[in-house]
Design a protein around this ligand. Structure first.
Ligand code: M6R
Length: 633
């Protein structure tokens, strides 16, 4: 949830830390701070409540010398956003500073124990426990057999002792004024990446903050301790055993993590979807002699796939909505029973396991705590797990048995857009491939489905690029105008059936998380069972209707809501739609078969959420109370 950075090299650390924090701000933005260590061993601590801008203003008036430092942007869990609760946290003498991402679950017990040792706490955070604990072990040597060890060894041992005492999840960056030439970095269940530069090394919670310096990275593993010097990095297991570092090269263009002229990352990422969908799709389609084949180099589709009695898909938030569409798609194409479940629910109920099930987890970041826990639970019961993720080197990617990457490129905006549609693309490819292998799809249908999928990026482009097209009445300007007329409605309801219902769920989430409008999604058939009582003249009803067999039914639902005063919009792929007679407004999206329509119908709804947020004066990239990756439970 928070963002961690650290720099050691030949440049002044403060401006580098500040730039990195700006790139990590999407991970949390209620307070920020840095601690920079000068060559004279003095640690200079600067921190402030508010977004990075507040820290930037604070630093503008301060002289902060030093070429080693750590920084943090916070999403509060323990203790309100305040200057005092901001990271870095230090011991009393300001000789050790720590930045932390995660939650120390046993912090209260440790705090009480430290208080019996006369440690005085300044903040309400769980993190402060870590710094006092480390200081205690370093200074007292109480548990250490060799009191005459070098201070270097004692500090390393104190780090290890601290890690063994704290429970929960953490990524920590640590500096100590006794060792001005190094930064310590550790993690457990939270991401931390080492950037391996030339005469400089860095730590970061995410790759974009490193790209200005290096493309060579090492994804730190749980219970490893990295010690970063200017010219090299040492890696240890928490047993003390030294390990070698195997770096990974990041292929992203640095522009991928910049706004490139767009007002917000979210708008840029919405616009990147045609390309992202193509990048996810094309490498997996081989066309030879006019025949197409879906290929997943990552997967051996052996008999265990074909004979699997059930498919279980689990995820959180937007990724869960992709899972729901996955349920419909796998059932449609493979005729296999599918269960789609919210990861935080799945892990805490007592799910029935069958080791022959196909178990799929979906996560953009690959770091969502509940999704990781669901995967680990399934693995502990013997399941083979396939992960669909956007993040190379993420915990999910490393722990799953198989990984299918969504090649969406970095998604910075908190509201997920291109990650969602590329997740859908992976799901469709897997479902069609499996359906064919199971004999549920004829060769002719298989060829048709692939052809239809190949058309999707073009259809998305038609909406986003304002391309004139006879079958598409919708473009960004139309959405913007509609948003300008409707954004102040106090209730916005989204309805649909089956595939369209899943799209409604995603549309409602998108709208509520960035515009703070009370928006809900309902399975259209459920309206009469309760929700219709909420409808009045301040209600906007948005219906997604792309499945012809259900048009009649959904038309009745629209009539029922409209007659109670709601203003209604229908998004459909039917050119001469009868909806024009009953709805206040109808948007015609490019035609696609109903099973693939979520890939297209969600685009104008993402734009609608974006423009409502902007019109309401919100920053869509940094919605209140939210952070990009939810690494706490
Ligand atoms: O990184 P993940 O895909 O695991 O994240 C899951 C959700 O936290 C995420 O999709 C969230 O719902 C988005 N902010 C929605 O836009």
């Amino acid at each position: 949830m928070c963002g961690i950075t650290g720099y050691i090299g030949n440049e002044e650390a403060a401006p580098i830390l500040l730039r990195s924090l700006k790139k990590l701000e999407y991970r949390g933005y209620d307070s920020a701070g840095i601690a920079v260590m000068a060559d004279n061993s003095k640690i200079n601590l600067q921190k402030s409540k508010g977004q990075i801008k507040a820290l930037e203003d604070l630093l503008a008036g301060a002289a902060i010398d030093g070429r080693t430092g750590i920084g943090h942007t916070r999403w509060a869990t323990h203790g309100e956003p305040s200057d005092t609760n901001s990271h870095p946290h230090t011991n009393e003498s300001l000789s050790i500073a720590i930045v932390h991402n995660g939650i120390i679950e046993n912090y209260l017990k440790l705090k009480q124990w430290l208080q019996t040792k006369n440690v005085v706490f300044k903040s309400d955070t769980d993190t402060e426990v870590a710094v006092h604990l480390l200081n205690y072990f370093y200074k007292t040597e109480s548990d250490l057999p060799a009191a005459n060890d070098s201070s270097e060894k004692r500090f390393f041992n104190a780090v290890v002792q601290t890690l063994h005492k704290i429970e929960g999840s953490y990524a920590l960056g640590i500096i100590c004024s006794d060792f001005t030439d190094r930064i310590y970095a550790v993690r457990k269940d939270n991401p931390l990446i080492i950037g391996l530069g030339k005469n400089e090394n860095l730590i970061s919670s995410d790759v974009p903050a490193l790209l200005e310096h290096t493309r060579q990275v090492y994804f730190l593993d749980d219970n490893e301790i990295a010690v970063l010097y200017r010219n090299h990095v040492d890696l240890f297991q928490d047993s003390g055993e030294k390990k070698s570092i195997h770096s990974t090269t990041i292929n992203w263009n640095i522009d991928a993590a910049e706004k490139n002229g767009y007002a917000h990352f979210m708008l840029k990422e919405i616009h990147e979807q045609a390309k992202a969908l193509g990048d996810t799709l094309h490498p997996r389609i081989k066309i030879e002699n006019g025949c197409s084949e879906i290929l997943f180099d990552e997967i051996q589709f052996d008999s265990s796939w074909v004979n699997a009695p059930r498919i279980v898909i689990t995820a959180c938030g937007t990724a869960y909505h992709a899972a729901v569409i996955g349920k419909y798609a796998f059932e449609y194409f493979t005729r296999t029973p599918v269960e789609a479940d919210i990861a935080s629910e799945y892990r805490y109920r007592n799910p029935v396991f069958n080791k022959d099930d196909i178990f799929i987890v979906i996560s953009q970041s690959g770091e969502t705590a509940d999704t990781l826990a669901a995967m680990r639970l399934a693995k502990s019961k013997g399941a083979h797990v396939l992960a669909i993720t956007n993040t190379v080197g993420s915990t999910l990617a490393r722990e799953a048995d198989l990984v299918v990457y969504t090649w969406a490129g970095p998604e910075i905006a908190v509201a997920s857009t291109k990650a969602f549609t590329t997740q859908l693309m992976c799901i469709y490819l897997l479902a069609i491939k499996l359906g064919r292998l199971k004999g549920q799809i004829t060769d002719c249908a298989y060829q048709t489905y692939i052809k239809e999928l190949l058309q999707i990026p073009e259809s998305v482009k038609e909406i986003l690029n304002h391309t004139e097209h006879a079958d598409c009445s919708i473009n960004e300007d139309v959405v913007k105008r509609f948003a300008s007329l409707q954004f102040s409605k106090t209730k916005m309801f989204f309805i649909g059936r089956q595939f369209d219902y899943a799209v409604s769920m995603e549309a409602a989430l998108k709208l509520k998380e960035i515009s703070y409008t009370h928006s809900e999604s309902f399975a259209a058939g459920e309206l009469k069972h309760g929700p219709i009582a909420l409808v009045d003249s301040n209600t906007l009803l948005i219906t997604t209707a792309t499945q012809p067999a259900l048009f009649e039914k959904i038309a009745s639902n629209i009539r029922e809501v409209s007659s109670r005063g709601a203003y209604s919009l229908v998004i459909t792929n039917e050119k001469d739609s009868a909806f024009k007679e009953i709805a206040n407004e109808v948007w015609i999206i490019p035609k696609s078969p109903e099973y693939f329509s979520p890939l297209i119908s969600i685009i104008p709804l993402q734009l609608f959420a974006y423009y409502c947020a902007v019109l309401r004066g919100n920053d869509p990239d940094k919605p209140r109370n939210l952070a990009k990756s939810v690494t706490v439970e």
